[in-house]
Design a protein around this ligand. Sequence first.
Ligand SMILES: *Cc1c(COP(=O)(O)O)cnc(C)c1O
Length: 467
Amino acid sequence: MRYQSTRGEAPELDFAGVLLAGLAADGGLYMPATWPRFSADELRDLRGLPYPELAARVLAPFTEGSISFADLQTMCARAYAGFTHKAIVPLVQLDTNIYALELFHGPTLAFKDMALQLVGHLFEHVLAERGEKIRIVGATSGDTGSAAIEAVANRENIEITILHPEGKTSEVQRRQMTTVQADNVLNIAVDGNFDDCQDLVKLMFADAPFRTAMNLSAVNSINFARIAAQIPYYVFAALNLGAPEREVAVSVPTGNFGNILAAWAAKQMGVPIARFIVGSNRNDILARFLASNDMSVHGVEPSLSPSMDIQLSSNFERLLYEFLGRDAETLRKTMAAFRSTGKMSVAEPVWRAITQDFVGFRLSDEQTLAEIAQLYRESEYLADPHSIIGITAARELGPIGMPVIAAATAHPAKFPDAIEKAVGFRPALPSHLADLYEREEKFIRSPCDLAAIQDRVRNFAYRNTNV
Ligand SMILES: *Cc1c(COP(=O)(O)O)cnc(C)c1O
């Protein structure tokens, strides 16, 4: 498979190239040259397969030319071996036509593990083949940092440095990062907020000599490998609910638009998904766009579902590229105007086409707590503050008579404060994390200053490579 940039001015790459590059050199996002397509018979053949095997078969067309099928099978088996549910991604029925697709049975209890556990293996494989070593640097406000650390801890050819804003992540989130005892992991607690951390990462990448000397790399959700690794669970869920003979809908609590884009990709591959429900909290830029063709940036406000506190959904560019008929020039102009004005609207027929498939939904913090409580009262099902948005959206907007797959993106124990507010008790951590509060933490502190951070990354790199 070849990949092309949404902005049309970067070289085409193969899967391994896209994996290592992340963002395209022209600032765009990589997309497969064509969507692979499964016939109804081919989809039926995937029914009943164990998840890792199904994942390998769904991903094979994307990695073709870079990774052998046998290697891909091995990596999928290893990636999901540590999950604590035998189905990996169980479907739990909540109502006549509503099913929670639980994506949180991985090591860090959030759906980011679904992609990052596999991406860790893919990185290691490609780097070993090329005899290269990379340093991942990233900033986190919560879930991404721990999922990335868990994905690459103790891997030979990768070091990882994660910046988090000191005192501004939840204790569970911080401990999930700082208690990983691996020589290739460096946690830096920055005296600043999340935006400061993200700026520091951007500045490190913009410092070309530093970037080259350190061989910096990123694992953020604009990497197409992460999107690809999220497609198989939609195929799995739809097949379990009667596809390809029966249409389904999906409802996804959305931040950067990566998870729901993967569902849309599953549709391009032949899975009959009739509707895509985009859930938001008070940061509702996508819901506003879908309601009125007005994507205008407001400030980010903190909410009970912090992983969706985003004002720019980077992966939306990928969807727009498709709905513009892959016209890179129009996309470039649209994105440039958006960047300079903070506002975007698209041509009326394009907007209408998007809203035929996608519908937006928004839930306030107050409603979030009320819905968690009500679902618990009705079914004793405890949903986290992200998942409940997708579940509530499914209830209110799901098409009649069709199963709706509501992506459950985090384990409730990850957000004990919100759950306690809603139902009056704190959910227990799963047994593999039960001693999280007793584990030893390892991190260093840094002022919010580029030179100080770069010193720490350099010192860590030289210590580990004995240069
Ligand atoms: C990251 C995250 C989301 C948002 O997913 P996107 O792919 O960025 O849209 C939703 N819920 C949880 C728990 C997350 O960690």
